[in-house]
Design a protein around this ligand. Structure first.
Ligand code: ADE
Ligand code: ZN
Length: 342
C-alpha cells in the first residue's frame, strides 16, 4: 500500500469522478500481469519501472499495449481491488471508474463476465475499506461510431446496479460530437448519466459540441473553456461539472505546470470544479497528491478543497442515498476539523 499523500487536515473525505480502469495499473502490477501471461512489456516500461511515452499519441499506444496484459476476469478483479485499496488509504470515499468493454473483449472477456469480476472487487473493497466504487461504461472515440454503438447497446441489454454512467474517451480529434449523438441517445435511454472527454487537447469548441449535441451532464477535462467566456457563463449557470485532472494535463503538455493550471481561476469564477487522477501511475500521482498539490499551488483552503470534493459527490452518477451518506460524512468531518482548530 502507498503512503498517504492526502496532507489535507485529518484525511479529508475525497471523491473522484474520472479514472480509467486500465490506467490505474502501476508499471509494477503490469509487469506482474505480464509475467502471469508470458507477455513482454519491455517496449512500454523502461528498466526504472516507468511507462515510456512522450505525447498523447504514444500515451494511447502504451495504454493499449499495457492493457494487453490485463487478460482475465481475475486480472480485472486484481486491478480494481488494488486501485480502490490504495485510493481509500488516501482518503477516497467514493470513486467512479471508466470501464471499456472493447479492451476486455480483445481477450474474449464478455461484458457480463467483466462486470462480475469488477463488481466482486467493488463489493470487497467497500466491505474492507468503506470506499464505494461505481462504473462508467466507456466507448473509445477513435475506435469509431460502430464500436461505440455496440458499447451503448451492451449498457441497454445488460443493466447492472454498479454501472451508473456512459462515457467516451480516446482521441477527441476523431469524428464530431454529432457523429456520436445516436450512441449517447441509446445510453441515455438505458437510464445512464452521460459524460464525455472534451477540451483535453482541443479547445472550447470541442466542449460546446459535446454539451450541445450529446446532452452530457459532465465534461471530462474542459481545460481550455476560459478561451470562450460565453461558454464559461453557460457552464457555470447550468452547474455542469468539469472533471479536471491537473497532473494528467501537465504530463500531456496541455498546461505547463500545476501552478499554471486554470483550476484555481475556474473554482473562483463559480465553475463546478472537481478533481481526478485520470490514469494515476502514468502521471505519477494519486488522488491524495492531486488534491494536496492543487490546494498548495492555488492557495485554496481546506474549506475550498472540501467544496471541490462536495462538488464531485453532488455531480456523481450514483443513487441519492449514497450521495446523502457521503455528503453527511463530509459535514461531520468539517465540524470535527473546525473543533480541532478552535
Ligand atoms: N483514455 C485513457 N486516458 C485517457 C485520456 N487522458 N484522454 C483520452 N482517453 C483516455
Ligand atoms: Zn480520461
Amino acid at each position: 500500500m502507498s503512503e498517504p499523500t492526502n496532507s489535507l487536515p485529518g484525511m479529508m473525505p475525497l471523491v473522484e469522478l474520472h479514472c480509467h480502469i486500465e490506467g490505474t495499473v502501476s508499471p509494477m502490477l503490469a509487469q506482474r500481469l505480464a509475467v502471469r501471461h508470458g507477455i513482454d512489456l519491455s517496449a512500454v516500461i523502461d528498466p526504472d519501472g516507468n511507462y515510456i511515452w512522450d505525447s498523447f499519441a504514444s500515451f494511447l499506444k502504451v495504454y493499449d499495449a499495457m492493457s494487453a496484459a490485463v487478460q482475465t476476469p481475475e486480472d480485472y478483479f486484481d486491478i480494481t481491488r488494488a486501485y480502490y485499496r490504495d485510493a481509500a488509504a488516501q482518503g477516497l470515499r467514493y470513486g467512479e471508474m471508466f470501464i471499456s468493454p472493447a479492451h476486455a473483449a480483445q481477450h474474449g472477456i464478455s461484458y457480463p463476465t467483466l462486470l462480475d469480476a469488477i463488481g466482486e472487487a467493488l463489493a470487497q473493497v467497500e466491505a474492507e475499506c468503506g470506499v464505494i466504487g461505481r462504473l462508467i461504461l466507456t466507448c473509445v472515440r477513435h475506435y469509431g461510431v460502430k464500436q461505440a454503438e455496440q458499447v451503448a447497446r451492451l449498457a441497454a441489454s445488460h443493466p447492472h446496479p454498479m454501472v451508473v454512467g456512459f462515457g467516451m474517451a480516446g482521441d477527441e480529434a476523431y469524428g464530431t460530437p454529432r457523429d456520436f449523438a445516436g450512441v449517447f441517445q441509446i445510453a441515455k435511454g438505458a437510464g445512464l448519466h452521460l459524460t464525455a472527454h472534451a477540451g483535453e487537447l482541443m479547445g472550447p469548441e470541442s466542449v460546446r459540441g459535446m454539451v450541445d449535441e450529446l446532452d452530457v451532464a459532465r465534461i471530462g477535462h474542459g481545460v481550455r473553456v476560459h478561451e470562450d467566456p460565453d461558454l464559461v457563463h453557460e457552464l457555470a449557470d447550468r452547474g455542469l461539472a468539469l472533471e479536471l485532472c491537473p497532473s494528467s494535463n501537465v504530463c500531456m503538455n496541455v498546461v505547463a505546470s500545476i501552478a499554471e493550471h486554470p483550476i484555481g481561476a475556474y473554482f473562483r469564477s463559480g465553475l463546478n470544479v472537481t478533481i481526478s487522477t485520470d490514469d494515476p501511475p502514468f502521471f505519477r500521482t494519486d488522488i491524495g497528491a492531486e488534491y494536496a498539490s492543487v490546494a498548495a499551488t492555488h492557495g485554496l483552503s481546506p474549506e475550498d478543497m472540501l467544496q471541490i470534493s462536495r462538488n464531485a459527490m453532488t455531480a456523481a452518477f450514483c443513487d441519492e442515498d449514497i450521495k446523502k451518506d457521503i455528503l453527511r460524512d463530509m459535514d461531520i468531518w468539517e465540524r470535527a476539523a473546525t473543533c480541532a482548530e478552535s
